[in-house]
Write a protein that binds this ligand. Structure first.
Ligand code: FAD
Length: 532
């Protein structure tokens, strides 16, 4: 029986090949008795800086496992574990025509999972294949020419394609391993299987997305790009078909809707069709950008080991007076701030990194929760209008051409010091007072939060940091309400999923939600087949 051993410590720069030796040293077993050591988890512990250590969990096979357990079974770091059985997917047939809208993580993983059951859905994606999309996005960043159908939000791979590709989630789901393994199968670095904070990086993610497309085509899926779903056609009180690009009809008995949080026209269409929607809170604010070396120094201590990866951080502050929270979000070590607009005349910031995280900059969103009370209307789509309003304000403050408003961090806090901005955001920034492009409550909470963050991470508030705005697309401002079986509560056959449906936030949780919906649909087909 494999034995799980926690808290095996490596020094920075030490390779995984010494793990067996460490196990042998710690438990006094001859190294030749250790048959295999499999790394399960690896994390950095910088609590006692400047002594930073790498903490590992390993799965070992030993010559005398019974004897080892008799001697060390009482150690809280030692546990005998059973081999995990591989999931089994029965081959299914029938179930009608399944259509998936959107090729972000939710849509792609719903499709991959259905393919495991032998089902081959039709997949409709408004944007372009990732290779073409990459060129469109580069043109936007260099020239400020936005393609509203092919951008950082829309196109194959979804919103996370131009991202850091962080795969962490607060969701605890046994299917996380399945998602990670699939990503590795399609070309992601195998280290994501054991890193405590796995990330893929935009460069690798684009390859993975193209690989998934090939896998889905090989499984018989019908993938259609430049195919924007503009209407849902109900028949006999349930989904019957969808309209594509305002003209073509595609029959659909089951519709998995995974449009992401930026498909505002799709939300409008659902509202027109009477699909039950609800306004929901999200967060907005700015991107903060520091020199990466400064963040490394704060997190790892001065003179840290050069083999340590670029440091990240996670900061949060609850303002008891107002009940609002300010927090860091989507931190990108060694990355750049990116223009994430999908609508003309609006500026939106976000962040991305390559797998190596090798730029000299560290950026993160700094955001504050906003909710229906801030939106100024009781419409379910009020949050969308709220986002649009502040994105347009940012566009105007940037002076046009999708330049973003930016401000030195000290100047945002009204502190003395060298002023001036330095941002990796393209097509460029315009120095301005950021309080003009943020709701007063957000500005106030951010200012208070930043002072607290500087106490938690000494040196965070510095003249070397620039704020760029606005960060509005943190999560969906709308929920497409669904029931226990993941179906829309108002239209049978419609399965809203992922971030745009309001049931996920981030690549991993969106992928998990897509799988959840696919498993429910497969379960229904199985039940129908049995009763037929
Ligand atoms: P999306 O990924 O948004 O995919 C929706 C898809 O549907 C899109 O491809 C869109 O073109 C398509 N679509 C929309 N409407 C229609 C329609 N009517 N017809 C046909 N197709 C349609 N999350 C992380 O976990 N880690 C990160 O590091 C990270 N970094 C990010 C960086 C950036 C720049 C951005 C923008 C996001 C980042 N995120 C990150 C968030 C993450 O990308 C999203 O949470 C995730 O992609 C949501 O997945 P989804 O499948 O629900 O929706």
């Amino acid at each position: 029986m494999p034995i799980l051993i926690r808290n095996i410590v490596l020094a920075p720069g030490e390779g995984d090949d010494v793990l067996g030796t460490r196990v042998a040293e710690r438990f006094g077993v001859p190294e030749r008795d250790i048959q295999s050591v499999h790394l399960v988890r690896k994390s950095i512990d910088a609590r006692r800086k400047p002594r930073v250590i790498i903490v590992c969990t390993v799965l070992c096979r030993l010559l005398d496992e019974a004897g080892f357990l008799a001697r060390h079974g009482h150690d809280p770091d030692v546990k005998a574990v059973k081999d995990e059985p591989q999931p089994v997917f029965p081959r299914l047939a029938g179930g009608g025509r399944i259509v998936i809208v959107g090729m972000g993580p939710a849509g792609l993983f719903a499709a991959l999972r259905l393919a495991e059951y032998g089902l081959a859905p039709t997949i409709l994606e408004r944007g372009r294949p990732v290779e073409e999309r990459t060129r469109d996005v580069q043109a936007f960043w260099s020239l400020g020419e936005l393609d509203t159908e092919s951008n950082v939000q829309f196109g194959e791979g979804g919103a996370g394609t131009f991202s850091d590709g962080k795969l962490t989630t607060r969701v605890n789901d046994p299917r996380i391993g399945y998602v990670l393994q699939k990503l590795v199968d399609f070309g992601a670095p195998p280290e994501i299987l054991h890193l405590a904070k796995p990330h893929v990086g935009t460069d690798q993610l684009r390859r993975v997305v193209a690989g998934i497309r090939q896998g889905l085509l090989a499984a018989g899926c019908d993938i259609r790009f430049r195919s924007r779903v503009t209407d849902i056609v109900p028949r006999e009180g349930r989904v019957g078909a969808v309209t594509v690009n305002g003209s073509d009809e595609v029959a659909a008995d089951v519709l998995i809707l995974a449009p992401g949080h930026s498909a505002r026209d799709t939300y409008d269409m659902l509202a027109r069709r009477g699909v039950h929607l609800q306004a929901k809170p999200f967060a907005m604010g700015v991107r903060v950008e520091h020199p990466q070396e400064l963040i490394n120094g704060i997190q790892y201590g001065k003179g840290h080991h050069p083999a340590l990866p670029p440091a990240d951080y996670a900061l949060a502050h609850n303002d008891r007076r107002t009940g609002r929270s300010a927090y860091s979000f989507c931190m990108c070590p060694g990355g750049v701030v990116v223009a994430g607009s999908s609508e003309e005349g609006g500026v939106v910031t976000n962040g991305m990194s390559a797998h190596l995280r090798n730029t000299p900059f560290a950026n993160s969103a700094l955001v504050v929760t906003v909710g229906p009370d801030d939106f100024g209307s009781s419409s379910p789509l009020a949050g969308v209008e709220f986002q649009r309003h502040w994105e347009r304000r940012a566009f105007e403050a940037g002076g046009g051409g999708y330049r973003a408003p930016a401000q030195n961090l000290l100047s945002f806090l009204g502190m003395k010091g060298r002023k001036g901005v330095s941002s990796s955001y393209r097509p460029g920034v315009t120095e301005t007072d950021l309080s003009r492009v943020l709701p007063a409550a957000v500005t106030g909470t951010l200012r208070e939060g930043l002072r607290v963050f500087d106490r938690k991470m000494r040196g965070f508030v510095t003249a070397e940091a620039t704020l760029t705005g606005v960060e509005t697309r943190t999560s969906a401002p709308v929920r497409i309400v669904r029931g226990e079986d993941c179906q829309s509560v108002s239209l049978q056959g419609l399965y809203p999923t992922g971030e745009g449906a309001g049931y996920a936030g981030g690549i991993m949780s969106a992928a998990l939600d897509g799988i959840r919906v696919a498993d429910i649909i497969a379960g229904k087909i199985t039940a129908e087949t049995r009763s037929a």
